[in-house]
Each structure stands twice: as C-alpha cells, then as structure tokens.
Design a protein around this ligand. Structure first.
Ligand code: ARG
Length: 465
C-alpha cells in the first residue's frame, strides 16, 4: 500500500518528518475504525441510491471495507503514521484493495463531517455500555438497601453525629444521585444523535445527496441542521464529560464514605478482600485501594472537561485542527468512567455490614437529642425552650459520661416537668428512625417504599427500551 499523502496534489515539498508525526492522530483515532467503516458504508449506500456511485462501485466498496474491518478486528491491519489518521489509512487501504472505486468513496464528504460522525457513533455506543453498568450498580444498591433497611447507624452533618438513620436510607441517597446521572447521560445521548455527514468540509456539497437516508442507515434521529455547526461543534463531547464529571464526583463521595466506614475506627463495613490490597511493610494492613483510586480518578475526568471547554472556547467556525485534540480526553474519560462503574458495581454487593458497630456508634454523640426536643414540643414546650432543655440535659450527660437514654426519669425531669415515662420510647434509636415516617424520611417502611418505587421506575425503563 502506498503511503503517498491523499492530499499531496498541491504540495511540492514533503512534510517535515517530525511535523508528520506531530500532526498525526492515527495512534489514538484508530479505535474509531469500526465506526469510520460503518459511516463509510452508509455513505456509499446513499451515494449509490442517489445515482452518484454505480451498484458495482458500491458493492466493491462494501466488500472492501468489510474485509478491512475484519483485518482491524484481527489486529492485522497495518496502520501508517504517514497516512495521518484513521480515515486516510482506511481509504488508502480500500483503494489499494479495490482500485478506483475506493477513490470515489470520498465523493460528497470531507474528513470534517466524517470524523464528527465517527466520534458521535462511537460515543453513542459507549453511552449504552455506561448505561448498562449504571443499571447494574443501581440494582446492587437496591439489594443492599433492602437487606439493610432496618440497620441503624449515626447520620452525620459536619461529620459529627447528627441523628440516627438507616443504612438502607443511606444507600437510597446514593441511588438518587446515580439515577440523576443516568438521566444526564440519556439527555446527552439525545442531543448527540444528529448526523454531521453531508456537511462535507463546512458548507455542504454540490452532489445530490440524501442526508435523511444516511441518517436512517446509521440510526441517527436526523441530520445536523447546519453544516458549519455540524463539523465544528464538540459540545456533545463537553456535555458527556460534564455528566461524567458529576458522576465521578458522586462515585468519589461514595468512595470516601466506604473508606471512612471500613477504617478500624468506624468499622461499619468490611470491604471484600478482592477490592483491597495489602501493604508491603505493614502486615496488618488491608487498604481500600479501589475506592481510593476511583476518588483519585475523578480528578482526571474533571481535567478532561476543562481541556475540552478550553479546546472549544476560542475557535472560529468551522472546523479547525484543534478539534483533533478532542479525542484523547474523551476516550480517556469514557474508559475510566466505564472502569470505575464496573468495579463499583462489582464491589457494592460484596460489602458486609457490621450492624453492631453502627449501633454502638449511633449510641454515642446524643443522636436522639432532636427526638427529645420534638417530644417536649409535642408536650406543649415551645421549640426554642425545648432546644435549651435538651442542651442542658446533654451537658449533664457529657459530665456524667453517659447517653440521654441512660438517664433516669428523675434525672431527666430536673430539666423539664413536661418529661414523662414515655420519653424512653423516643430516646431509643428504633423509635427515632421509625418516627421519621413520611416520603423521603429514614423510617424503615419509607425506605422499603422508596425501594419499591425505584424498582418500578427501573422496570418501566426496561420495558420502554
Ligand atoms: N484527524 C482529524 C481530526 O481528528 C480529522 C479531520 C481532519 N480534517 C482536516 N481538515 N484536516 O480532527
């Protein structure tokens, strides 16, 4: 196969060797090959239907491209840096294989609309894989939430004990975060699904193309409506990395909690050995490497978002070579989001809860102080006064080194005579969580209701797809 540049007609000197390597993208854009070929086949079919290519030419192109795809998949295709990018490598190989018909494939298109189409086709496919991993993670969260709907742990604000909550409720908070992430990706997939092909270099083409036909062959909802916009904008990539950044921020927060909970000091959960590693020097260590790494990876995804925003911010219309820099951040974001989701979805079902440790922690730090205040309010004390009474009772407990529930009725009564023997029903952890019995509250039956609703939404989604 000749490495002669496909655009060398007007050039009299060869490209500087370093510039050739510096401007080439084939090293990374070769992963778009299957989508490049898919786009080219659809383009050739449309051209033939419009009478721009003959049936024979179209058939030769399709056979040739299919053979090239086979070679690419078997890792037998020879990529050449001289041929710059995935598009020209494939076109040159096609022409070498089938002759002149190969040279006609590029009629009515440009690499500018070609690459914009390839990236969209690729990202659309990857979004489906990401969606599937997210669904798997969500299903795992529902199972653990159900299993631990009654398990009580301290809920925190400022990482200080606030009020008792149920572990199931905490898992369902994660669920909500991730369900919003899915809807952000779905939204991205909708806007992504317009087809750039036909925009050609920037202004459209003089050939009698049928863009609706190509769009239909490639499963796009419609052709992009403006040729300049079609070849130049990469906002779909920015939108993806923005949604990916928010997802990674969520995974990072979840990771942080897993790390804290699995420490010896908290001991709320045990992570399965398969997601931890040891230390080469400290034999006692079991480090939560997987959540730590995911927490760390969030940073590089945020970085890719910044890279893509900066890449686009000063570009005049239409295509500029700057856009070649969209691929590496986008590829890396997709790879790391997929990897992080896969490992998270595997790790969550393998968590072991330690309810006795959670309970012991919930019994420290006066987690039911608000319940005592609410009790006083129900017995006619204004909330501000009740707050004061409870504050004094807590100070008394701090001095004595005990919890509110451990005080005798007489001791409690010295702070307010509105306190009766029934107060102990409210000072218990079970009483505290059960009392928060409304939509979105931590009561075990509300957690079960939230799980049931989430299952219905998941079923509806699968029925619709
Ligand atoms: N490798 C290029 C990219 O990734 C393909 C488009 C090149 N177009 C051009 N006019 N040089 O953006």
């Amino acid at each position: 196969m000749s490495d002669k540049k496909l655009w060398a007609g007007r050039f009299s000197e060869p490209t500087d060797a370093f510039v050739e390597a510096f401007t080439a993208s084939v090293e990374f854009d070769k992963r778009l090959a299957p989508y490049d070929i898919q786009g080219s086949i659809a383009h050739a079919m449309m051209l033939a239907a419009q009478g721009v290519l003959t049936e024979d030419e179209k058939n030769a192109i399709i056979t040739g491209l299919t053979a090239i795809l086979q070679k690419v998949e078997n890792d037998e295709f020879e990529w050449s840096v001289q041929l710059e990018d995935v598009h020209m490598n494939i076109e040159a190989a096609l022409t070498a294989d089938i002759g002149d018909a190969g040279k006609k494939l590029h009629t009515g298109r440009s690499r500018n609309d070609q690459v914009a189409t390839d990236v969209r086709l690729w990202l659309r496919h990857e979004l489906n894989l990401i969606d599937a991993e997210l669904d798997r993670l969500l299903a795992g969260l529902l199972d653990i939430a159900e299993r631990e709907a009654d398990t009580i742990l301290p809920g925190f604000t400022h990482l200080q004990t606030a009020q008792p909550i149920t572990f199931g409720h905490h898992m369902m908070a994660w669920y909500e975060m991730l369900e919003r992430d899915i809807s952000r990706f779905d939204d991205c997939a909708k806007r992504l699904n317009q087809m750039p092909l036909g925009a050609a270099a920037l202004a459209g083409t003089t050939f009698p193309i049928n863009r609706e036909h190509t769009a239909q062959l490639l499963g796009f909802s419609e052709p992009c409506r403006n040729s300049l916009d079609a070849v130049s904008d990469r906002d779909f990539a920015i939108e993806f990395t923005a949604a990916a950044s928010i997802l990674m921020m969520h995974l990072s927060r979840m990771s942080e909690e897993l790390i804290i909970w699995s420490s010896a000091q908290f001991g709320f959960i045990t992570l399965s050995d398969s997601f931890c590693t040891g230390s080469s020097i400290m034999p006692q260590k079991k480090n939560p490497d997987v959540p730590e790494l995911i927490r760390g990876k969030s940073g590089r995804i945020f970085g890719h978002l910044m890279a893509l925003l900066t890449l686009m911010k000063s570009q005049p219309l239409a295509y500029n070579k700057d856009n070649q820099e969209d691929k590496e951040p986008l590829f890396d974001a997709v790879d790391n989001v997929k990897g992080s989701l896969k490992v998270f979805a595997d790790m969550i079902p393998a968590i072991t809860c330690r309810p006795e440790r959670m309970r012991a922690a919930a019994l420290q730090g006066f987690a039911t102080a608000t319940d005592l205040a609410d009790y006083l309010v129900r017995n006619g004390i204004p909330f501000r006064d009740a707050h004061e009474v409870v504050g004094k009772s807590v100070a008394y407990c701090v001095d004595k080194g005990c919890d509110l529930a451990e005080l005798s009725l007489d001791e409690l009564k010295q702070f307010s005579d509105a306190i009766g023997g029934d107060v102990f029903d409210y000072l218990t952890l079970e009483g505290s969580v059960a009392a928060r019995d409304h939509i979105g509250g931590t009561a075990p039956n509300q957690v079960r209701f939230a799980i049931e609703q989430a299952r219905l939404r998941a079923e509806a989604k699968h029925a619709a797809s």
